[in-house]
Design a protein around this ligand. Sequence first.
Ligand code: MG
Ligand code: MG
Length: 270
Amino acid sequence: MAIQYKTTEEIALMRKAGILVGQTLELIHKNIKPGITTGALDALAEENIRSSGGIPSFKGYHGFTGSICASINEEVVHGIPGDRVIREGDVVSIDCGAIVDGWHGDAALTIVLDPIDPDDLKLSQVCEESLWRGIAAARVGGRLTDISHEIEKYINSQGKYGILREYGGHGIGTEMHMEPHVLNYGKKGFGPELVAGMTLAIEPMITRGTERMKVMPDKWTVSAMDGSRGAHWEHTFAILDDEKVFVLTALDGGKERLSALGVEISTLLN
Ligand code: MG
Ligand code: MG
């Protein structure tokens, strides 16, 4: 499968899916609290996506039953929403995808509940910042692994974290998972050239301990082998014809976080 390059008009359509995913994650962030089940959060997400004219892309994906993934504590990704009750002090990663008019958006965040363990908070913050630094490293004429390298470099500069090896980011467009695969580690200067029209989902996944994972008996949930807590942050972004990036799943297009890193976002989608 080749990389799918998009026109500005197509990226503008992807922005609609991106906004819907961003709003859905914001809704979950507002409603998450001790005592609520992951299934209740999933219902909120599905209702929000469908009432806005979208389709939850996770639902039915290779038999997945939720509209979100909800992964708690040592679960890092792909947790199935259901009866599990969220507790005080939990670390909860929520991943969400939606399709609007045939175009996909995909994003994730980690929420650390009160009472906050400072090491959990740092875990989540390091993961999130590595995502933004990865996106900020995307330059027209550069290579895909420039992003991978920047993610790994930042995480390793912040302490000892396990960076998941078998899972990574991906191209996205008329399908959720497309070429190329985006590693969260590696040397820079390899892989496809970064050019205008590319849209990528970047998603670092880290733990406070090991990088080694096991898939649980439910065949989906990916948990840290040593039981250490994990974080997962993700955004879908595009490179536009003005050679600038735009974060399709961030409500502000990534303006705030990228400007803090000295990167201006594209104005072509306004
Ligand atoms: Mg995702
Ligand atoms: Mg993804």
